[in-house]
Design a binder for this molecule. Structure first.
Ligand SMILES: Cc1cc2nc3c(=O)[nH]c(=O)nc-3n(C[C@H](O)[C@H](O)[C@H](O)COP(=O)(O)OP(=O)(O)OC[C@H]3O[C@@H](n4cnc5c(N)ncnc54)[C@H](O)[C@@H]3O)c2cc1C
Length: 289
């Protein structure tokens, strides 16, 4: 029997959370009251924000790789330009810049070596369920047979801890655990997908939900989280010791959640000289770099 185990005391499962086999739920706890939570689809969110920025005059260059940040040769280091290469034509362009915001996630150190940022791979799967499901984000612990690989053990088997998000477009997104088995490749196009890691979470959720078991797997993906190699683990947001170079990186597993606030304080730094809407002194890159 598969189990959804929650760490706190058992409470009733909401009536509309009816897409688990009842006998598989051992404990359930609400992390937040209904209607006080929300979710975004990261692709739709980021592309919508990009379109809004374009509507305000921003020019967005896609399909290009930044090869170098160029610095002025004066005594006080300052950014001077960014050199990027069009991936399809191979043509390099030098773009003059007095401010560069570096937000290259786990690849940030390739452009700014001293950034203490590392990479943790994580897999995800999307499933079109056999019927539309109510909207819930579930942080689960599911016991699976010993033969399945996993990092944690329980008395009844091994524990797999997928996060399950039922999305409004009749799709369920499931995120698995992180692994360090494959180092960060040189670009996002070369990220390796381990099908066994995807199957692990697929098998786990299919054991507890008929709707997911009878659904269709529509995607198997992997990406790298930017983690910060410091005890705080805080992201690095703000100016660096190089004039004009601003960091916005290292958001770990909360980069979607914290993206709007990061964008807001970065825009305040650029246009008003400092962050106005939040005290981000604990995230100051100059403390650690
Ligand atoms: C499976 C999984 C589940 C997650 N779930 C959540 C969640 O529920 N909530 C949440 O808030 N966060 C979640 N995250 C974390 C979130 O995805 C990251 O924190 C976030 O994507 C980090 O954003 P970023 O822009 O800093 O880096 P990235 O998203 O990695 O973006 C960096 C971009 O820079 C580009 N780039 C790198 N180098 C160059 C270069 N030289 N030239 C041009 N472009 C370059 C890359 O191609 C990439 O597009 C999850 C992550 C994973 C893997």
């Amino acid at each position: 029997m598969a189990e959804v185990v929650k760490a706190t005391d058992a409470v009733d499962v909401p009536d509309d959370l009816n897409w688990f086999r009842g006998d598989s739920v051992i404990q359930y706890d609400d992390m937040a009251p209904g209607k006080l939570t929300g979710q975004v689809n990261p692709y739709q969110f980021t592309t919508a924000m990009a379109r809004l920025a374009e509507g305000k005059g921003a020019r967005i260059v896609t399909g290009a790789i930044v090869e170098e940040i160029d610095y002025s040769s004066s005594d006080e280091p300052a950014v001077n330009a960014v050199r990027y290469r069009d991936k399809s034509t191979g043509i390099s362009t030098m773009l003059a810049a007095d401010i560069v915001i570096l937000a290259a996630g786990p690849w940030t150190p390739t452009l700014f070596r001293s950034a203490p940022i590392n990479a943790l791979r994580a897999h995800s799967v999307t499933i079109k369920p056999s019927r539309p499901l109510s909207a819930y984000c579930l942080f689960t612990e599911i016991s699976v047979p010993d033969s399945t690989q996993s990092s944690a053990h329980s008395a009844t088997g091994k524990l797999v801890c997928p996060e399950i998000y039922s999305r409004p477009n009749n799709e369920v997104y499931i995120a698995g655990e992180g692994d360090m088995s494959v180092p960060l490749p040189s670009s996002v196009d070369e990220v390796e997908i381990d099908r066994n890691a995807c199957r692990l979470v697929e098998n786990a959720v299919m054991r507890i939900s008929d709707e997911l078991r009878d659904g269709v797997v529509t995607g198997r993906r992997a990406c790298y989280l930017p983690t910060v190699d410091l005890p705080s683990g805080n992201p690095l947001i703000g100016p660096t010791d190089i004039n004009g170079l601003i960091l916005a990186a290292g958001h770990g597993c909360w980069g979607i959640h914290n993206a709007p606030a990061t964008g807001k304080v970065i825009s305040e730094i650029v246009f008003q000289g400092e962050a106005k809407s939040a005290d981000i002194s604990a995230l100051d890159p100059r403390i650690v770099i």
